[in-house]
Design a protein around this ligand. Sequence first.
Ligand SMILES: *Cc1c(COP(=O)(O)O)cnc(C)c1O
Length: 373
Amino acid sequence: MFYRDTWVEVDLDRIAENVSNIKRHAGFENLYAVVKANAYGHGDVEVARAALDAGANMLAVAFLDEALNLRREIRDVPVLVMGPIRPADIAVAAEQNIDVTAHDLNWIEAAAGYQGVPANVHLKIDSGMHRIGVTNAESFAKACSMLDAETNLNLIGLFTHFATADGCVDHYQNQIDKVKAITADTDLSRFKYVHQSNSAALLRHPQQTAANGGRLGISMYGLAPSDEFELPCELKQAFSLHSRITQVKRLKAGDKVGYGATFEAEEDMLVGVMPIGYADGWLRYHQNRPVEINGKEYPIVGRVCMDQTMIRVDESVCVGDQVSLINDNITVDNAAQDLGTINYEIVCSISDRVPRVYKRGGETVSVRNDRFK
Ligand SMILES: *Cc1c(COP(=O)(O)O)cnc(C)c1O
């Protein structure tokens, strides 16, 4: 339930379709659905369930709190925290059967002697992203032997992350080669899970790596990781954002709109108001961008306020009319391009003030309103 007419719609059929198409294309046995950041703003539990139904068999998030939140609802599938956790929190993860990442030797040293519930550990190699992970063959070997010596830490996974799977092929290939060099003396079959590919690599470089799994993020949501390569299968945007007109008013030439009075009517005109603003993640940068009402585009005028935004409309627009801020015509990619950013940032920005409405077969199947959690 929600009482303000502003909502996100998430098409779970499209998420399922994206997952199964990409899984078929990539050909890996294991597929993590990456549902960090509340599933890129789509809703973590709901997306996780749809992705698992469609062929993903594991879940991945960025930090422990996100994993614990998922575990309250989803008990029986592996969940990996891809970022570092405090060594002191391994027990918290292990008690909820959440897999953790060992990202450097100091972390492993601090974790050594861990006596709690046995924890599953994935070792992270930094192969050229220069974010987290062990960086050379010597520390990799040391990390493996230190973890092997621990009775309550089970080293079950190995992974790395690509910086340019969507772009520079040389850098991507260097990362592949670096993993090979670092692990040259190790039989990779000792790891139950070896996963390297993000969306871009799954789409563009399928089955190229010595892996048996991949981590699918942005493309599960139907968004392309970049426009630098041709997609091997269609991606269907699952996310749309809507509101409704709350008031229409007539302005005279010279009247000004909004904070700072930055927009001035050059002639008599109509302004419509909708209840969404920057506190909803509809950032001030959206000023002047188009929205769609009854199939026609109208521009946002004046500054976006915290809770409300004004639109230049015409006589055809009435109170109660639906406004689509993001849909199949005004896409997430359009917004990203207009704002000089990436599609990831647009969907992640829409805050949990905005309820998420889940669709299957065109029908609403559930509503998530975090205000009433
Ligand atoms: C976010 C993330 C992913 C998913 O990347 P996409 O480009 O969204 O597919 C995969 N692996 C790691 C380590 C990540 O942080």
